[in-house]
Design a protein around this ligand. Structure first.
Ligand SMILES: *Cc1c(COP(=O)(O)O)cnc(C)c1O
Length: 397
């Protein structure tokens, strides 16, 4: 059994704050501060350029890729890290499209995160061969997979509602139609058990600053199924993805493995934080995380619904049909969330009317969940949200 009291002790959690936003930005792992200080002083400061070899900076992206791989059912050597998720979406989608040159449709859904859709729009325009981004409602994806589809570009857990797609079933359906799959695991990695191998996924991407606690702007990851490791074409063909970067050849030759999805110099400080953050997962069983996440979210929904009938559940009621987050709908959602934040319950708001809460068993207890529901009740019954200060929207909501 995973010891969640032990994992909680690994994080800095501000006194009195109930943090229900680990689905947007995980908290600071205490050991990251020491690690970064060591990397700064000892490695960068003391070793300078030598540290690429002596401190293993150059292999850090691959070592971290393997650690993430363990959490998403990816074999060693199939996950590369670096850049941002948006860039990894671009790489995965472009590589998948190049493997299906006779097809014209990228299929996604209206619940997908805008950046994924924007990246697809930009890429399709640049490729200029009459490609189409086809968007259907999330529940219609399975039926929309036909033989025109080159690639499905689907985020497994809907960022707004938490609705969960059936990765294995959709992948099987896509393959039967001759299409390839790109799965975005932004709200899956560290949130729910993921088994890319069992699902037979082709490509997957994700970020590490949400449930994996890698810190703001932490490097992203990309998975390429081993069967495509030496045929997936990296459109962003940077020197770090070259077969031999330090041969300084004039021509690009991709690395034989997923390492070809690296682009430029890795962000060593950020990767070091992420490496330390991943220590928290060493003794964690994702099955326990899922069971506890369901316990927390079910308790939360029951408490909030009993106390605040004016809040409407926007997430699937069946816990097996959602990820590790829960949203409620209310026309005053933005102001309600500002009032909650002022009362030390941190979630976030997603336009037009959703208040969203993430459940992260590594550092969140059931008592906190119940206390959060009590505070939500107070914000609603005392109309604490009805305050002009909460009417103006900040840049980040
Ligand atoms: C969080 C998130 C992103 C953000 O992409 P970045 O490049 O890291 O800013 C993209 N897609 C999905 C599905 C997300 O949830």
């Amino acid at each position: 059994m995973t010891d969640f009291a032990a994992t909680r002790a690994l994080f800095h959690l501000p006194e009195g704050m109930i943090y229900l936003d680990g689905n947007s930005l995980g908290p600071l792992p205490l050991a990251a501060e020491t690690r970064v200080a060591e990397v700064m002083r000892g490695e960068w400061g003391g070793e300078l350029i030598k540290a690429w070899n002596s401190a293993g900076w150059i292999t850090l992206p691959a070592r971290i890729g393997d650690r993430i791989g363990r959490l998403i059912g990816a074999p060693a050597g199939s996950v590369a890290t670096g850049d941002t998720l948006s860039i990894k979406v671009f790489q995965a989608l472009s590589a998948a499209l190049a493997l299906r040159p006779d097809r014209t449709v990228v299929l996604s859904d209206t619940g997908n995160f805008p950046s994924d859709l924007y990246i697809a729009q930009g890429l399709l325009k640049a490729l200029g061969r009459g490609l189409e981004l086809r968007l259907v409602p999330p529940e219609k994806v399975a039926n929309a997979i036909d033989e025109s589809v080159a690639v499905t570009l689907i985020t497994e857990v809907d960022y707004r509602t938490g609705r969960l797609h059936d990765m294995a079933a959709l992948t099987a359906k896509a393959h039967a139609a001759g299409a390839l799959t790109v799965w975005d695991l932004a709200h899956s990695a560290g949130a729910i058990p993921v088994d890319l191998t069992a699902a037979d996924a082709d490509f997957a991407v994700g970020c590490t600053y949400k449930y994996l606690n890698g810190g703001p702007g932490a490097p992203a990851f990309i998975y390429v199924a081993p069967r495509f490791a030496d045929s997936a074409q990296p459109i962003l063909s940077g020197w770090m993805g070259h077969e031999a970067p330090f041969a300084f050849d004039l021509d690009y030759r991709p690395h034989a493995s997923v390492e070809r999805m690296r682009v430029g110099t890795p962000p060593v400080l950020a990767l070091s934080v992420l490496d330390t953050a991943l220590d928290a997962w060493d003794a964690v069983d994702m099955t326990d995380v899922r069971a506890q996440s369901i316990r927390l979210s079910e308790r939360f929904i029951a408490e909030v619904e009993a106390r605040c009938p004016e809040l409407e559940l926007a997430s699937p009621r069946d816990p097996l049909a959602r990820g590790s987050q829960v949203s409620f709908r209310h026309p005053q959602g933005y102001a309600i969330m500002q009032a909650l934040i002022a009362n030390n319950v941190i979630g976030d708001f997603r336009a037009p009317d959703l208040i969203r809460f993430g459940f992260t068993p590594l550092y969140l207890s059931e008592d906190e969940v119940v206390e959060a529901a009590r505070i939500i009740e107070r914000v609603m019954t005392e109309r604490l949200w009805d305050n002009p200060a909460y009417a103006t929207r900040s840049a980040v909501t």
